[in-house]
Ligand binder design. Structure first.
Ligand code: DX5
Ligand code: ZN
Length: 216
């Protein structure tokens, strides 16, 4: 299973967004995580397809992993695909037909992923396990960066890893050098980190250290 570290752009300095995207790319992280919030599915607004397009323009070789925290992701899949999303992640709690939307994402030539919130039982993912490229287990209640890692979400990671040994399993929320180890032990192989990585003066060392730690 390939380890991936994904800086979350939500924690970047938005006054220097282009430089921050380039800094994340130069860190050697495998992909950029882009958090889209609609102020309905979560109580916050972040950014839309234009920021994905900015990343595609200034760092075309840096993989774009787009996390849609939206009640109706189905209405925006085309816009994010056009903007340059490469993986699109939709929530199992979204208000649309999930099977259909997962299929649409693949039909557009992109990778798909299903995301599960802390309060949603892991069983809700079971119907989709043969239709996804990755599963994202939220380790905070989505909506804001800088929250505390919820360790109670780890049994979900363990269950998914047991059921699908080869599946890419991502964790997102409150991830730092220590919590990444806890998630790796449970079976995660992809790690999103926002505030922890962007606050580093030397992001590359932090990414290297996190990757080495979780790969042991
Ligand atoms: C939470 C977002 C996360 C967030 C992570 O709503 O989905 O991707 O940016 O930020 P940190 O790593 O600061 O918890
Ligand atoms: Zn996210």
């Amino acid at each position: 299973m390939k380890t991936q570290i994904l800086p979350s752009l939500l924690a970047a300095d938005f006054g220097r967004l282009a430089d921050e995207i380039l800094r994340a790319e130069a860190s050697g992280a495998e992909a950029l995580h882009l958090d889209v919030m609609d102020a309905h599915f979560v109580p916050n607004l972040s950014f839309g397809p234009d920021v994905v397009a900015l990343a595609a323009r200034i760092a075309p070789g840096f993989y774009r992993n787009v996390h849609l925290m939206m009640t109706r992701p189905d209405l925006y899949l085309d816009a994010f695909a056009k903007a340059g999303a490469q993986t699109i992640q939709i929530h199992v709690e979204a208000d649309c037909d999930i099977h259909t939307q997962l299929k649409r994402i693949r039909t557009m030539g992109l990778k798909n992923a299903i995301v599960i919130n802390p309060e949603t039982p892991v069983e809700h993912l079971f119907p989709y396990l043969d239709e996804i490229d990755e599963a994202l287990v939220m380790t905070v209640h989505p909506g804001y960066g800088g929250q505390k890692f919820i360790e109670d979400c780890m049994p979900k990671v363990e269950t998914l890893r047991r059921m699908r040994p080869g599946l890419d399993i991502m964790v997102d929320g409150g991830i730092n050098a220590e919590t990444a180890l806890i998630a790796a032990k449970a079976g995660a192989n992809q790690f999103v980190a926002g505030s922890y990585l962007f606050k580093q003066a030397d992001m590359k060392s932090a990414v290297d250290a996190m990757r080495t730690g979780v790969s042991r």
